[in-house]
Design a protein around this ligand. Structure first.
Ligand code: FES
Length: 105
């Protein structure tokens, strides 16, 4: 099972992120790096800091709370691979991004 979240491409700042609430348990951070888009859980795997507010270098975002880093492609922290956020597939359809959220078991 899955569901889609749709976001306008123009709403995502290049080099930054858009916060997209999904439900009570999930808020996405949708990043744009040029023509590449990434969607991850906005909650940092360390203590839940807002990854969307972090600085991005390459494909790595630095959490603004305590400086842990997360690779947007893998969801893993390069220095602490046991720390990981959920990543979600993003498909661009013209001016819309479709983000697939798996649901259920
Ligand atoms: S909450 Fe992100 S580094 Fe601590």
């Amino acid at each position: 099972m899955e569901r889609d979240v749709r976001v306008g491409v123009g709403a995502v700042p290049d080099g930054g992120a858009l916060v997209v609430p999904v439900d009570a348990e999930l808020t996405l951070a949708v990043f744009r790096l040029g023509e590449r888009f990434y969607a991850v859980d906005n909650a940092c795997p360390h203590k839940g800091g807002p990854l969307a507010e972090g600085a991005v270098e390459g494909t790595v975002v630095t959490c603004p709370w305590h400086g842990f880093t997360v690779d947007l492609g893998t969801g893993r922290c390069p220095r602490n691979p046991w720390l990981r956020v959920r990543t979600f597939a993003v498909a661009r359809e013209d001016d819309t991004l479709r983000i697939v959220i798996p649901t259920g078991p």
